[in-house]
Design a protein around this ligand. Structure first.
Ligand code: NAD
Length: 498
């Protein structure tokens, strides 16, 4: 391992950013931030608690109530958002370097995520100026129109798997629509989030509009969810955390957007283009280290091609290049944190008694320390198995055979999750009928996860509630007030007539 792995100018402390200033926690508390390749502490971050959230929310509320941001014309806000996109794009290499170092994601994939973060801002910068709202005429009697208004302080809570990109996914629409925000990034990966402050200042975002509080979920996240001056919570993370947040937000009747876990099926029929299906399903579960909410982590294969598929898939999985995150040749890097590594490894152990191990199964050769897991493939996994039912969120896949369409559908729908589904067949009728019947918020036919930012994003069942993506994000971050104008006679019976 060489030292060129470690980025220059790492901060010796990652601070909160409140009301335009970098600040420590009120109580001075910090937590350790680890390098996933060595698990050494490379810096510390301010550990926010209720007092810090209170300060951040007060700043955001002041910026909302008294500042220019919510009242600016969409075009003016759009210009700021485009500048943010330009700056993110111009710093993509540095962003990717820091993200890859902090999260263990392979550098080439972290670079793709940095560019996607810029694109998220550009997309909402465009959308907000193109935004049209409904107007309805009742001829001769009424004109009715919609006033779209920002809501206030949005609380944004994000996970560690693609930190910067997922933050942009919430920050873009929340800011485009004129809200002010408090971001609580994931505690495993606070490094890249600390760059937002500088980017926003340079782009001309007014003071107090963006605030960031680092800290543990049960402290800083919990205080944000329970704060009475935060009417919106947009959360991405585990389904279990989503349930807790639902409960805590209920007394305040907050608006909630919930992007949760997944255990998505990739269904391969015998008539599929097998080369394409194998390439896509290998990428679908091993890219982003398998730490991907939409990973196709259950592969269902028609029995007539099952043995050939398993053999070819296992051979290809064994060729996937595990390496140091900063190496451009690396395809699978290091998992984010030793706690997560232990969780993934425990599923690898469970899998040994639940399926036939055909690739991986532990640490890759040559990586005796750090959070490295070899791409692991279990075949012949039954639907009752824990590795079939539970989200592992690592480079581990379960393969299961099926005999006909009905069984494929039953297997695909046989988990509590419903985020994505990938279907491989050249039969047009089957593809569309299967897509309509599968319990998933998003379906890809003969394709990997390639997103069109205009389409709805979200899951069904335990995978989430509500959809973001395109104008749906605008809907989440705004109120739509209906205004009714009478043009004719006043339209009601007269009560209490003389
Ligand atoms: P997590 O639920 O542990 O944490 C997510 C965030 O919530 C973190 O910032 C954490 O600090 C915070 N948090 C934890 N407890 C909290 C509480 N009680 N109150 C408020 N905030 C709290 O999830 P994770 O391990 O960081 O991320 C992995 C999970 O995210 C996986 O389940 C994955 O599928 C999911 N995910 C979903 C999507 C999607 O769009 N559906 C995208 C990416 C990741």
């Amino acid at each position: 391992m060489t030292d060129n792995r470690i980025p220059h100018d790492l901060p010796d402390r990652i601070r909160h950013y409140i009301d335009g200033e970098f600040v420590d926690s009120t109580d001075g508390d910090v937590f350790d931030v680890l390098d996933p390749v060595t698990n050494d502490t490379y810096t510390t971050a301010a550990a926010g608690k209720k007092a810090d959230i209170d300060r951040a929310v007060a700043a955001a509320k002041r910026a909302f109530d008294e500042g220019p941001w919510p009242k600016m014309l969409p075009r003016e806000r759009s210009r700021v958002l485009h500048r943010i996109a330009d700056i993110v794009e111009s710093r993509d290499a540095r962003l990717a370097e820091l993200e890859s170092f902090d999260s263990g994601l392979p550098i080439t994939q972290a670079l793709g995520q940095a560019r996607r973060a810029a694109e998220n801002f550009r997309f909402f910068a465009d959308l907000i100026v193109a935004q049209a709202d409904d107007t309805y005429k009742v001829p001769g009697r009424q004109i009715n129109y919609v006033n779209r208004k920002p809501i206030g302080v949005a609380g944004l809570i994000t996970p560690w798997n693609t930190p910067f990109m997922l933050e942009s996914w919430k920050l873009g629409p929340a800011l485009a629509t004129g809200n002010t925000v408090v971001l609580k990034p994931a505690e495993f990966t606070p490094l890249s989030a600390s760059l937002w402050a500088g980017i926003f200042e340079e782009a001309g975002l007014p003071k107090g509009v963006f605030n960031l509080v680092n800290g543990l979920g049960e402290d800083a996240g919990d205080a944000l969810v329970k704060h009475p001056d935060v009417p919106l919570i947009s959360f991405t993370g585990e389904s279990r955390t989503g349930q807790i947040i639902f409960g805590n937000a209920a007394p305040h009747l907050k608006g909630l957007s919930m992007e949760l876990g997944g255990k998505s099926p990739a269904v391969v029929f015998a008539d599929a283009d097998l080369d394409a299906a194998i390439n896509a399903t290998v990428f679908g579960v091993f890219s982003l280290n398998g730490e991907r909410c939409t990973a196709g982590s259950r592969i269902l294969v028609e029995r007539s091609i099952y043995e050939e598929f398993v053999e070819r898939y296992a051979a290809q999985a064994k060729r996937v290049k595990v390496g140091y995150p900063n190496d451009p040749a690396t395809e699978v890097g290091a998992l984010v944190h030793p706690e997560h590594y232990e969780k993934v490894m425990s599923y690898v152990e469970i899998g040994r008694s639940e399926g036939r191990l055909v690739a991986g199964g532990g640490r890759p050769e040559g990586f005796e320390t750090g959070n490295f897991v070899a791409p692991t493939v279990f075949a012949d996994v039954s639907p009752e198995a824990r590795i079939f039912q539970e989200e592992i969120f690592g480079p581990v896949v379960a393969i299961t055979p099926f005999d006909d369409d009905a069984e494929a559908l039953a297997l695909a729908n046989n988990t509590r999750y419903g985020l994505a589904a990938y279907i491989w067949t050249n039969d047009l009728k089957r593809a569309h009928n299967f897509a309509a019947a599968v319990e998933a918020g998003m379906v890809w036919l003969n394709s990997n996860n390639v997103r069109d930012l205009r389409t709805p994003f979200g899951g069904v069942k335990a995978s989430g509630l509500g959809h973001e993506g395109g104008y749906r994000s605008i809907d989440f971050y705004t109120d739509q007030q209906a205004v009714h104008i009478n043009l004719g006679e006043v339209h009601n019976p007269v009560f209490g007539k003389q």
